[in-house]
Design a protein around this ligand. Structure first.
Ligand SMILES: NC(=O)c1ccc[n+]([C@@H]2O[C@H](COP(=O)([O-])OP(=O)(O)OC[C@H]3O[C@@H](n4cnc5c(N)ncnc54)[C@H](OP(=O)(O)O)[C@@H]3O)[C@@H](O)[C@H]2O)c1
Length: 273
């Protein structure tokens, strides 16, 4: 990729960057000349991802406040700056009807999907961005704007992340821009239980004719953190292949993703209700 938009020489932290969308974001940023620090829980996968993007990595959970502190410190010690934070790590658990949701798992969803992004931005703000400026992108979901079967905890926490994005955008301006991207269905491990075996059918149900690739989201994130988006903050960029506008098509089918969510579970046990 040709280094675009003046990102050359900047430094970024990307969470959940050992695979899927996070890895694609880390690769796209590195391709644009950004020095990248990747994080995820599996140390081997983190090492591989760091090598792949020519950057550094630190294994740990985003629910561990010390990990987020260390991530910030390591990036600053190694690169001398921290211009970009991409809060991408997430959980889609607890999955199922909310009346069955275990309160501990519910709290975990908010710890990973909402609290960790705030904590990491606090670390980056205190250590670098408050004085020098920067850009943050939170990875939300197209589904955060509406309800869906069995994804109540995920959707509620992502809706909170969307709100957090806007609140932070107002509080941290003008030095730090805070935006989000909201992907539709993307071909990754987290969503495998939705697309596996039905990819063509799901793609055909979308206006743009295919489900997403991690690179689709990575391109949007790269643009949002760049100076090309310098007058954009508090925005949510949909990267969904037209999922939200599909109802305008004369042959629009029922929401194919919701049909999958009703029939399948992340652990492959199928639907009880
Ligand atoms: N795929 C989709 O269809 C889709 C749609 C809308 C939104 N999204 C959003 O896109 C983002 C990336 O999802 P994905 O589909 O790329 O998922 P994925 O392929 O399953 O990757 C998730 C990444 O997050 C890491 N991770 C998970 N829990 C973590 C934790 N507690 N602490 C640190 N790292 C953690 C994983 O590595 P470890 O397991 O080693 O920690 C992995 O690197 C998420 O925010 C998700 O909500 C995805």
């Amino acid at each position: 990729m040709t280094p675009p938009y003046g990102l050359q020489g900047r430094a970024a932290v990307v969470t959940g960057a050992s695979r899927g969308i996070g890895l694609a974001v880390a690769e796209a940023l590195a391709g644009a000349g950004v020095r990248v620090c990747v994080s995820a829980r599996d140390p081997d996968a983190v090492r591989r991802a760091a090598e792949r993007v020519g950057g550094i990595g630190l294994a740990g959970s985003v629910t561990d406040a010390a990990h987020l502190d260390e991530l910030t410190g390591l990036t600053l010690r190694t690169f001398g700056r921290l211009d970009i934070v991409v809060n991408n790590a997430a959980t889609n658990q607890p999955y199922g009807p909310l009346m069955d949701a275990d309160p501990e798992h519910w709290r975990e969803a908010f710890a990973v999907n909402v609290e960790a992004p705030l904590r990491l931005v606090q670390c980056a703000w205190r250590a670098w961005m408050g004085e020098h400026g920067g850009a943050v992108v939170n990875v939300c979901t197209e589904g955060a704007e509406h309800v869906g079967p069995r994804v109540g905890a995920y959707g509620t926490s992502k809706a909170a992340l969307l709100h957090l994005t806007r609140q932070l955008a107002g509080e941290l301006a003008p030095g730090v821009r805070v935006n989000s991207v909201s992907p539709g269905l993307v071909r990754t491990e987290m969503a495998r239980f939705v697309w596996e075996g039905s990819e063509d059918e799901l793609g055909a149900s979308l206006p743009l004719g295919r489900i997403g690739r991690p690179e689709d989201v990575a391109a949007a994130v790269t643009w949002l953190v760049s100076d090309a988006a310098g007058w954009i903050t508090g925005a949510d960029l949909l990267v969904d292949g037209g999922t939200r506008v599909r109802a305008a098509r004369p042959d629009s089918p029922a929401h194919a993703v919701h049909e999958r969510l009703r029939r399948r579970t992340p652990d492959g046990r199928g639907s009880a209700r």
